[in-house]
Design a protein around this ligand. Structure first.
Ligand code: ATP
Ligand code: MG
Length: 432
């Protein structure tokens, strides 16, 4: 079953010398060790790996004895981070699948999900407990040999992503593998094997059982690593969008434009943030909620932004600071629409102005805000601000407005209505 491959496309100069050092040291201490997983897969596909993982026969305690600078991480899955210079190499001990043997019951939940995953094993057991065949290849940098236990090389050549073992069982053990399948297909431009693909629909409901914090991690990997738009398309093809975003399914255009912009920024090495994407994904729901709140008697605690973000939290945990980012981007939209000297000055001085402006541009592209407004803001940033502000109406609020503005969250619904050219909330008076 094991194939030792000596002819392959790995460019040895792309292999981290630090990782090779770690492997050498483990070997000298008497422990077998290889590069494994994503880095081997990426090297074989001609890509530059983003990090290097090592699999070894040494236990975490053994590894700690070999290296002075280590950190033990992970509870569900214990691994060791070895620091070499500025690089961190992840070292994990060969494990076997919890279902490999007959004492596995305490490691599985009632619905068949893996809850503990720390049974050490041999290298071939380690290969079979991995998710996809292309992720189960081992590379020995000293001999330049690839070890293939699961026919991963065949799938690399055919550019196929195939689960190891029985697909439904493998998705059941860990439903996050469904999202990993989508992510690898998008990122590496691989085709899902038909059997793997066929198991998605029957198992995808199980994603509901995944803790929201883990789904947030997976969310950032899906959408903030340069292939977000493609990942979204694939999720959508497999009816998975509504599992991640259980709010009513609309606003796809806004989401896709935000993802395209994020992918582009990553290409240009510009910073990106989950908040921007979350603002886009939930925007339509926020607008709907504003409309509802505007017709009911407004109460402070009904801030529609908070309601929408809170509803999403039960599926994907949104860390607090990103929640604030989303609120800021949303709340700035009406301010951008008003164009009085006072509001323009406030908007320009806001720390989230740039994100709010980028978001406005996306709304212009979907027809949700007038293009003229977007163009105005594009020009405003190239002009002399002092002169610009002098030309605008002052926008000093009448007393009645100010009181509303201070206390009532639904103030923004009225303003937002102006931003939209009025169709959503016809009762409101246009600004200014
Ligand atoms: P990336 O380029 O995103 O880092 P990766 O394949 O290295 O891709 P990791 O999440 O870093 O992904 O995992 C490293 C390896 O561990 C994988 O290649 C796979 O072999 C194994 N692995 C990770 N997550 C799972 C899982 N949920 N089920 C089974 N094996 C997994
Ligand atoms: Mg990795």
């Amino acid at each position: 079953m094991l194939q030792r491959i000596t002819e392959h496309d790995i460019d040895r100069t792309r292999v981290s010398e630090k990782a090779v050092d770690v492997i050498d040291k483990l070997r000298r201490a008497g422990f077998d060790a290889y590069l494994v997983g994503g880095c081997v897969r990426d090297l074989l596909l001609g890509k530059v790996p983003k990090d290097f993982d090592v699999a070894t026969a040494a236990t975490p305690e053994d590894v700690r004895k070999v290296f002075p600078r280590v950190r033990l991480v992970g509870r569900r899955f214990r691994i060791v981070h070895v620091r070499v210079g500025r690089e961190i190499i992840e070292v994990s001990t060969f494990r076997r699948a919890v279902t490999d043997g007959d004492d596995h019951m305490p490691h599985l939940s009632d619905d068949g999900m893996i809850i503990r995953d720390n049974l050490y094993g041999t290298i071939d057991q380690d290969a079979f407990r991995r998710d996809f065949t292309v992720n189960a290849l081992y590379y020995d940098p000293s001999t330049d040999v690839v070890l293939d236990y699961c026919e991963g090389m065949k799938d690399i050549a055919a550019r196929t992503l195939r689960l190891i073992g029985e697909p439904e069982t493998r998705f059941q053990e860990d439903p996050v593998r469904i999202l990993r399948a989508i992510r690898f297909a998008a990122k590496l431009d691989l085709e899902l094997h038909p059997d793997t693909e066929a198991a998605i629909a029957p198992m995808c409901e199980m994603l509901n059982a995944i803790p929201p914090a883990r789904l947030f991690d997976e969310f950032t990997k899906l959408f903030l690593t340069g292939h977000g738009e493609r990942a979204f398309e694939l999720l959508s093809e497999h009816d998975l969008v509504e599992i991640l975003f259980p709010l009513p399914p609309h606003g796809e255009a806004t989401a896709k434009l935000a993802l395209a912009s994020t992918d582009q920024r990553l290409k240009e090495n510009k910073p990106v943030t989950p908040g921007f994407l979350i603002a886009a994904f939930l925007w339509q729901e926020y607008l709907d909620r504003l409309e509802l709140t505007a017709t009911a008697a407004p109460r402070r605690e009904d801030d529609p932004a908070s309601t929408v973000i809170a509803a999403q939290q039960s599926t994907i945990a949104i860390p607090r600071r990103h929640g604030w980012f989303v609120r800021d981007v949303w709340h700035l939209q009406p301010l951008l629409a008003r164009r009085t000297a006072r509001d323009v000055a406030r908007a320009l001085a806001h720390r989230r102005f740039r994100a709010a402006y980028d978001f406005l541009m996306i709304r212009c592209a979907t027809g949700d805000a007038p293009q003229e407004l977007g163009d105005w803001w594009t020009n405003a940033q190239t002009e002399n601000t002092e002169a610009l502000l002098r030309e605008l109406p002052s926008g000093r609020p009448r007393r009645r407005r100010r009181r509303r503005g201070r206390n009532r969250p639904n103030r923004s619904s009225a303003d937002l209505n102006a931003a939209n050219g009025g169709p959503r909330l016809p009762r409101e008076v246009a600004q200014p």
